[in-house]
Design a protein around this ligand. Structure first.
Ligand SMILES: CC(C)(COP(=O)(O)OP(=O)(O)OC[C@H]1O[C@@H](n2cnc3c(N)ncnc32)[C@H](O)[C@@H]1OP(=O)(O)O)[C@@H](O)C(=O)NCCC(=O)NCCS
Length: 114
């Protein structure tokens, strides 16, 4: 989380809008565990990239969207290049789990083949 905080202090909103979708930012409003929620979503995007076997040079940050369902459960929606990589690998769905507490945010992802 410290890395993300430092990057945001340096690059500000430009970085936020490059990394996160409007929906992700809406789940992390100021005063609602914002740094933790953003760090968890950043970690989730990285975990999804790894589950697809690519890094951030392979797919863009915005092509992996972490949505939140009405129960609070995070779901993954792939767009553009990330969707294409998943299709090529026969991946139908990617599951994620997030946790954050204090200065720590962790995410894991599992890609499921058809
Ligand atoms: C959901 C729960 C396991 C989260 O654990 P926690 O110790 O409070 O918090 P953690 O940091 O470990 O996890 C937080 C993340 O859990 C995830 N989460 C929340 N609800 C979830 C659910 N129903 N299913 C799967 N993941 C969920 C979210 O990604 C959340 O991150 P976010 O707030 O940034 O979106 C816990 O709050 C719980 O069991 N609550 C009781 C059930 C409940 O309140 N359900 C919601 C309404 S039906």
């Amino acid at each position: 989380m410290d890395r993300l905080r430092a990057a945001l202090a340096r690059w500000g909103d430009r970085l936020l809008f490059r990394l996160f979708t409007a929906g992700e930012l809406a789940r992390a409003r100021p005063g609602q565990a914002r740094p933790q929620r953003l760090a968890a979503r950043f970690a989730a995007k990285e975990a999804v990239m790894k589950s697809l076997g690519v890094g951030w040079r392979g797919v863009g940050w915005q092509t992996i969207e972490i949505r939140t369902d009405p129960q609070g459960k995070p779901t993954v929606v792939l767009h553009g290049s990330a969707r294409r990589v998943a299709d090529d690998l026969g991946i139908a769905e990617v599951l994620v789990s997030l946790t954050h507490s204090g200065a720590l945010a962790v995410a894991s992802a599992v890609a499921l083949r058809r």
